[in-house]
Design a protein around this ligand. Sequence first.
Ligand code: NAP
Length: 293
Amino acid sequence: MTEHRQERVVRAAERPSRLVILGHPVAHSLSPVFQNAALLETAIPLVYDREDVAPDGLADALRRLAAEGAGGNITIPHKEAATALVARCTPVALRTGAVNTFWTEQGDLIGHNTDVDGAAATIRALLPVDSSAAGDTSVVLLGAGGSAAATLVALHSLGYHRLTIVARTTARAHALSERLSIPAEIVPPDAIERVVRRAGLVINATPIGLRDDALPMPVAFLPARCAVFDLVYRRGLTPWIAAVREAGHRAEDGLRMLVEQGASAFETWFDVPAPRETMWGALDAAPPTHGSP
Ligand code: NAP
């Protein structure tokens, strides 16, 4: 028996009356850029807005959006809190403990998580292997926060189970592995060279490189043919992705995850294929930014 588990396809029973991303801050969000392009391309007569909502205003904002029959996305710092404020979570939102996508059914908010789809699509693009080859591949994940949770669920669903988490707060990584029931070796940062030397895929789920040119780890630690996924994205490449590509490694920054979580949300709301090329084109034309969805 294989441990490979495929998450089932989720579709909203009712189309949203309007779309909005809730975050704090949210002005930097690129989601309106590519979601509005996708709405235009598919002739869906809706606009995708931003709403800056402080943590103490989240419950009221969600109640109002439910009354409006709205849908949308939820970003930092509200993803975890939203799980307790929606009427129902999909299995993947329950599993990750985070809601990044929502919609309304009969006046109730449904919370879902498409970050897992975004991470899985990026990993599949980097390493297009079947689950038995995935099972032989050693993966090193840096970080143990919210995006590490989505990434671990994605890795598990694709059949990766030789997993090592490098975390400066190892207790947080142990708690994450236990909560998700996904076994992983857990090591502190001073063990990074030893675990990376045998890796086929290294993933950065820390914010290192978001606001400065720090690298999550030295490029020289990577073995030949090791693929790299940096969840961080900036206009241009992150310093780590630029450096590892220069050294000949296959590598993706977080932009593909951003677009794919958005494409998955779009398909969940509207049950039509997301126009991914249009979404990428809108991002290419967008002003410089960095951050998360
Ligand atoms: P989070 O919940 O705050 O977790 C961050 C993790 O990184 C924690 O384990 C933290 O360790 C660790 N960390 C932070 N600074 C570090 C440092 N200087 N050295 C070593 N470890 C450090 O954040 P998150 O939501 O997982 O997001 C992490 C990053 O992923 C974001 O900055 C964002 O750029 C990116 N992201 C991208 C997407 C996408 O669609 N591409 C989606 C979500 C997030 P401690 O527990 O010790 O603090």
